[in-house]
Write a protein that binds this ligand. Structure first.
Ligand code: ATP
Ligand code: MN
Length: 153
Protein backbone atom coordinates (compact mmCIF):
# COMPACT_ATOMS: atom_id res chain seq x y z
CA UNK A 1 0.00 0.00 0.00
CA UNK A 2 2.68 2.49 1.04
CA UNK A 3 5.99 2.20 -0.80
CA UNK A 4 7.00 5.85 -0.99
CA UNK A 5 6.12 8.21 1.86
CA UNK A 6 6.71 11.96 1.51
CA UNK A 7 7.55 13.98 4.61
CA UNK A 8 7.67 17.68 3.74
CA UNK A 9 9.46 19.43 6.59
CA UNK A 10 10.26 23.01 7.51
CA UNK A 11 12.28 21.83 10.51
CA UNK A 12 9.62 22.95 13.00
CA UNK A 13 8.78 21.01 16.18
CA UNK A 14 5.43 20.04 14.68
CA UNK A 15 7.04 18.78 11.48
CA UNK A 16 9.42 16.73 13.61
CA UNK A 17 6.49 15.08 15.39
CA UNK A 18 5.17 14.23 11.92
CA UNK A 19 8.62 12.78 11.12
CA UNK A 20 8.28 10.23 13.90
CA UNK A 21 4.91 9.11 12.51
CA UNK A 22 6.37 8.90 9.00
CA UNK A 23 9.34 6.83 10.18
CA UNK A 24 7.10 4.45 12.09
CA UNK A 25 4.85 3.92 9.07
CA UNK A 26 7.83 3.52 6.73
CA UNK A 27 9.27 0.87 9.05
CA UNK A 28 6.00 -1.08 9.21
CA UNK A 29 5.38 -0.90 5.45
CA UNK A 30 9.03 -1.27 4.45
CA UNK A 31 8.64 1.98 2.54
CA UNK A 32 11.15 4.60 1.40
CA UNK A 33 10.94 8.07 2.95
CA UNK A 34 11.33 11.24 0.89
CA UNK A 35 12.37 14.19 3.08
CA UNK A 36 11.51 17.40 1.22
CA UNK A 37 12.45 20.92 2.26
CA UNK A 38 11.26 23.81 0.11
CA UNK A 39 13.16 27.09 0.11
CA UNK A 40 10.24 29.51 -0.07
CA UNK A 41 11.02 31.60 -3.14
CA UNK A 42 8.57 34.34 -2.14
CA UNK A 43 10.27 34.76 1.22
CA UNK A 44 13.77 34.91 -0.28
CA UNK A 45 12.63 37.12 -3.17
CA UNK A 46 12.38 40.01 -0.75
CA UNK A 47 16.07 39.98 0.03
CA UNK A 48 17.80 38.32 -2.95
CA UNK A 49 18.42 39.20 -6.57
CA UNK A 50 17.29 36.95 -9.40
CA UNK A 51 20.86 35.74 -10.00
CA UNK A 52 21.15 34.51 -6.43
CA UNK A 53 17.75 32.84 -6.65
CA UNK A 54 18.75 31.10 -9.88
CA UNK A 55 21.90 29.80 -8.23
CA UNK A 56 19.93 28.51 -5.25
CA UNK A 57 17.54 26.80 -7.66
CA UNK A 58 20.53 24.86 -8.94
CA UNK A 59 21.43 23.83 -5.41
CA UNK A 60 24.26 26.35 -5.08
CA UNK A 61 23.63 28.28 -1.89
CA UNK A 62 26.92 30.20 -2.15
CA UNK A 63 27.10 32.65 0.73
CA UNK A 64 23.54 31.93 1.79
CA UNK A 65 24.68 29.78 4.69
CA UNK A 66 21.51 30.30 6.67
CA UNK A 67 19.27 28.99 3.91
CA UNK A 68 21.58 26.00 3.52
CA UNK A 69 21.55 25.37 7.28
CA UNK A 70 17.76 25.57 7.50
CA UNK A 71 17.49 23.02 4.70
CA UNK A 72 20.11 20.71 6.21
CA UNK A 73 18.58 20.89 9.69
CA UNK A 74 15.12 20.07 8.38
CA UNK A 75 16.00 17.11 6.15
CA UNK A 76 18.83 16.02 8.47
CA UNK A 77 16.34 15.38 11.28
CA UNK A 78 14.52 12.95 8.97
CA UNK A 79 17.77 11.25 7.96
CA UNK A 80 18.75 10.78 11.63
CA UNK A 81 15.35 9.41 12.67
CA UNK A 82 15.27 7.10 9.65
CA UNK A 83 18.80 5.81 10.32
CA UNK A 84 17.85 4.96 13.89
CA UNK A 85 15.11 2.68 12.58
CA UNK A 86 16.88 1.34 9.52
CA UNK A 87 14.52 3.08 7.11
CA UNK A 88 15.64 4.17 3.62
CA UNK A 89 15.47 7.91 3.04
CA UNK A 90 15.98 10.26 0.11
CA UNK A 91 16.74 13.94 0.86
CA UNK A 92 15.39 16.59 -1.49
CA UNK A 93 15.75 20.39 -1.32
CA UNK A 94 13.85 22.46 -3.86
CA UNK A 95 13.18 26.14 -4.43
CA UNK A 96 9.66 27.37 -5.08
CA UNK A 97 6.30 27.95 -3.47
CA UNK A 98 6.07 25.30 -0.72
CA UNK A 99 2.57 23.92 -1.32
CA UNK A 100 3.07 23.80 -5.12
CA UNK A 101 6.38 22.00 -4.82
CA UNK A 102 5.03 19.55 -2.22
CA UNK A 103 1.87 18.71 -4.20
CA UNK A 104 3.90 18.47 -7.43
CA UNK A 105 6.38 16.11 -5.81
CA UNK A 106 3.57 13.96 -4.39
CA UNK A 107 1.92 13.66 -7.80
CA UNK A 108 5.08 13.09 -9.85
CA UNK A 109 7.31 10.89 -7.69
CA UNK A 110 5.03 7.90 -7.10
CA UNK A 111 4.23 9.03 -3.57
CA UNK A 112 1.55 6.91 -1.84
CA UNK A 113 1.22 8.94 1.35
CA UNK A 114 2.16 12.43 2.54
CA UNK A 115 2.80 12.91 6.28
CA UNK A 116 3.04 16.52 7.43
CA UNK A 117 2.49 18.80 10.41
CA UNK A 118 -0.70 20.72 11.13
CA UNK A 119 1.47 23.78 11.74
CA UNK A 120 4.98 24.93 11.02
CA UNK A 121 7.59 27.48 11.86
CA UNK A 122 5.41 30.56 11.79
CA UNK A 123 4.01 29.18 15.03
CA UNK A 124 0.83 31.21 14.79
CA UNK A 125 -2.08 29.11 16.06
CA UNK A 126 -4.91 31.39 14.93
CA UNK A 127 -5.78 28.92 12.18
CA UNK A 128 -6.72 25.28 12.58
CA UNK A 129 -4.24 24.41 9.85
CA UNK A 130 -1.17 26.17 8.55
CA UNK A 131 -1.54 27.56 5.06
CA UNK A 132 0.96 25.16 3.46
CA UNK A 133 -0.88 22.11 4.79
CA UNK A 134 -4.29 23.52 3.89
CA UNK A 135 -3.17 24.20 0.31
CA UNK A 136 -1.54 20.79 -0.08
CA UNK A 137 -4.80 19.15 1.04
CA UNK A 138 -6.65 21.14 -1.60
CA UNK A 139 -4.23 20.37 -4.41
CA UNK A 140 -3.29 16.69 -4.34
CA UNK A 141 -5.16 13.41 -4.66
CA UNK A 142 -2.49 11.57 -2.70
CA UNK A 143 -3.65 10.70 0.86
CA UNK A 144 -2.30 13.12 3.48
CA UNK A 145 -1.80 12.36 7.18
CA UNK A 146 -1.79 15.62 9.17
CA UNK A 147 -0.09 15.38 12.56
CA UNK A 148 -0.75 17.87 15.34
CA UNK A 149 2.18 18.79 17.54
CA UNK A 150 0.30 17.66 20.64
CA UNK A 151 -0.05 14.20 19.17
CA UNK A 152 3.06 12.51 20.54
CA UNK A 153 4.25 9.55 18.52
P1 ATP B 1 1.81 29.65 7.95
O1 ATP B 1 3.05 29.28 7.20
O2 ATP B 1 0.55 29.45 7.15
O3 ATP B 1 1.89 30.99 8.57
P2 ATP B 1 2.59 27.52 9.80
O4 ATP B 1 4.03 27.83 9.51
O5 ATP B 1 2.22 27.33 11.24
O6 ATP B 1 1.62 28.64 9.20
P3 ATP B 1 2.59 25.57 7.62
O7 ATP B 1 3.64 26.43 6.99
O8 ATP B 1 1.34 25.26 6.87
O9 ATP B 1 2.13 26.20 9.04
O10 ATP B 1 3.31 24.21 8.04
C1 ATP B 1 2.59 22.99 8.16
C2 ATP B 1 3.47 21.85 7.70
O11 ATP B 1 3.78 22.06 6.32
C3 ATP B 1 4.83 21.72 8.40
O12 ATP B 1 4.74 21.01 9.63
C4 ATP B 1 5.62 20.97 7.34
O13 ATP B 1 5.25 19.59 7.38
C5 ATP B 1 5.08 21.58 6.03
N1 ATP B 1 5.88 22.70 5.54
C6 ATP B 1 5.70 24.02 5.78
N2 ATP B 1 6.60 24.78 5.14
C7 ATP B 1 7.41 23.92 4.47
C8 ATP B 1 8.57 24.07 3.62
N3 ATP B 1 9.08 25.27 3.35
N4 ATP B 1 9.13 22.95 3.10
C9 ATP B 1 8.62 21.73 3.37
N5 ATP B 1 7.55 21.52 4.17
C10 ATP B 1 6.94 22.60 4.71
MN1 MN C 1 4.80 28.08 7.51
Amino acid sequence: MYENILIPTDGSDTANVAVSHAVDLAKKYNARLHALYVVDVDAVNLSLGTEQIDRIRQGNFGEMHELQEDADDATGAVVDAAAEHDVAVHEEVRVGTPHDVIAGYADNQDIDLVVMGSHGRSGVRRALLGSVTERVLRSTHVPVLVVDEHEEA
